[in-house]
Design a protein around this ligand. Structure first.
Ligand code: ADE
Length: 271
């Protein structure tokens, strides 16, 4: 997979040399290139922004500079054999759709992703409009309901979340299956390692029992409990068909019942 990140702070992306993503780059599973947007400026001051038309606070990133940058990065990959349908332009912005594990899974199947990191009040809206109109898939992504200083942290998040899904990047692919936000739609159960007793806190007996079916049941019960407590919005999205009798008992124990559309609080006044 190829990923190009365009930013005015290329150093921000240095963290992608580390750990699993760094290894994926070194082994060629991930062809990640970071570009300095200012390389496409044409004036002496290397200006990338201007004041907002219509007035208001802050500065807006110029469409002409972004256009030159994105054109060149797209052409570079096209030269390397990627077709127009193989590329997606990702623009991090707090006004985008929320980035989720489903987005990461989808992007992991895209041969070429270009991440355009905006700063200040964002990138002139015509940039997204232009590439959409030219047939490039463009996705504006938000990490969540808070405002960062720019798209660089989001680029780090997107690259890490996507890269670890590429075959061969994570050593044990099973660890991708059970983790939080995986296909089960539940948060991950709590995990423990040695020693079995630490500062008076003991690891639950069942995990030391060697009884795999019971361990699996215990983990799923804890996952249900946690999700009910921390992310009831996720619980509501579970399909009733995906819930067996034991799941339903676990839900009941934390005050939920399974309706025709999925789990709902047993006492609606408590929801
Ligand atoms: N840029 C600024 N805030 C952001 C957010 N919440 N998500 C993605 N990009 C951003």
């Amino acid at each position: 997979m190829r990923v190009d990140v365009v930013t005015i702070f290329p150093e921000y992306l240095a963290a992608l040399d580390l750990s699993l993503v760094g290894k994926a780059r070194a082994s060629g599973l991930l062809d990640l290139r970071v570009h300095d947007l200012r390389a496409w400026t044409t004036d002496r001051h290397r200006t990338v922004d201007d004041s907002p038309l219509g007035g208001g606070a802050g500065m807006v990133m110029r469409p002409d500079v972004w256009g030159l940058a994105v054109d060149e990065v797209l052409a570079g990959a096209a030269g390397a054999g990627a077709g127009a349908g193989d590329v997606e332009l990702v623009v991090p912005t707090p006004s985008g759709e929320v980035f989720t594990q489903r987005t990461a899974e989808r992007l992991a199947g895209v041969p070429h992703v270009v991440v355009a990191c905006g700063r200040y009040e964002g990138i002139d809206a015509r940039v997204v409009e232009h590439y959409r109109a030219s047939g490039v898939r463009v996705t504006e992504l938000s990490l969540g309901d808070y405002v960062l200083n720019g798209g660089e942290v989001a680029a780090l998040v997107v690259v890490e979340a996507v890269a670890r899904l590429l075959p061969g990047v994570v050593g044990n692919p099973h660890s991708l299956v059970e983790e939080s936000h995986g296909v089960a739609g539940l948060l991950e159960y709590p995990v423990y390692t040695r020693p079995p007793s630490w500062r008076g806190h003991d690891v639950p007996d069942v995990l030391l029992s060697g009884h795999h079916a019971r361990i699996e049941r215990w983990r799923r019960d804890r996952a249900i409990e946690r999700t009910a407590e921390r992310r009831p919005d996720l619980l509501r999205r579970l399909a009733p068909e995906a819930l067996d009798r034991a799941d339903r008992a676990a839900l009941e124990a934390v005050g939920w019942t399974v309706g025709p559309d999925g789990p709902v609080p047993a006492d609606p006044r408590g929801s």
